[in-house]
Design a protein around this ligand. Structure first.
Ligand SMILES: Nc1ncnc2c1ncn2[C@@H]1O[C@H](COP(=O)(O)OP(=O)(O)OP(=O)(O)O)[C@@H](O)[C@H]1O
Ligand SMILES: Nc1nc2c(c(=O)[nH]1)N=C(CO)CN2
Length: 173
């Protein structure tokens, strides 16, 4: 929890509730996600709250790759969306340097799913995340945290249940 640390120089002064999606399919994904959450909580102006369970999920989109570990974290922040994105990219870069395969892809992906009720449509930042409502690996952990949340006109738990019938997702054990 670092909301009170240096926040006078950051962001809006208002505290926003956000949801961050985390995914990894390279290296020790569980340890990498734990480390990403620790670093997220250590960012000035960011406090990590509830974190959903870890899920093991089949790759969506480009399918010739390993299964992912995914989760979603609820975050309180005084940062602006862009400051938050900068912080997430810094963590991705730091952890991405823990290279497992030479020239290999990044080890962790951090997405801003929701930033309060705000809508942002800029070339390098779209919120709500435009593909979140089609992805079981996002909606299932998000629904664990906030089942009544409305995403694209539907409640998170309803979307999650439907997507989980189409896309492979299991609690990680
Ligand atoms: N809500 C958001 N959260 C994080 N990054 C975002 C968001 N909206 C746009 N971006 C942009 O997406 C870029 C990351 O693209 P990348 O190639 O990693 O996409 P991806 O994570 O593989 O795919 P997807 O966006 O479908 O999850 C970042 O450089 C960032 O500028
Ligand atoms: N299961 C799963 N599939 C994905 C994921 C992910 O995090 N989990 N991330 C992607 C690019 O953001 C593309 N496909």
């Amino acid at each position: 929890m670092s909301l009170s640390h240096g926040t006078e120089t950051l962001g809006t002064g208002r505290t926003m509730r956000c949801y961050i999606g985390l995914g990894s399919n390279i290296g020790d994904s569980r340890a990498i996600i734990a480390e990403a959450l620790k670093r997220l909580d250590e960012l000035p102006g960011v406090a990590v709250g509830a974190v959903a369970p870890l899920y093991r999920t089949a790759p969506v989109g480009y399918v010739e790759q390993d299964y992912f570990i995914n989760t979603v974290a609820e975050v309180s922040t005084t940062l602006t969306p862009r400051q938050l994105l900068d912080g997430l990219q810094q963590i991705e870069n730091e952890l991405g340097r823990v290279r497992v395969i030479r020239w290999g892809p990044r080890t962790v992906d951090l997405d801003i799913l929701l930033y309060g009720e705000q809508t942002i449509d800029e070339p390098d930042l779209q919120v709500p995340h435009p593909r979140m409502g089609q992805r079981a690996f996002v909606m299932v952990p998000l629904a664990d945290l906030n089942p009544e949340l409305v995403v694209g006109g539907e409640k998170a738990h309803i979307l999650a249940r439907r997507l989980a019938e189409e896309q492979e997702i299991h609690i990680d054990k």
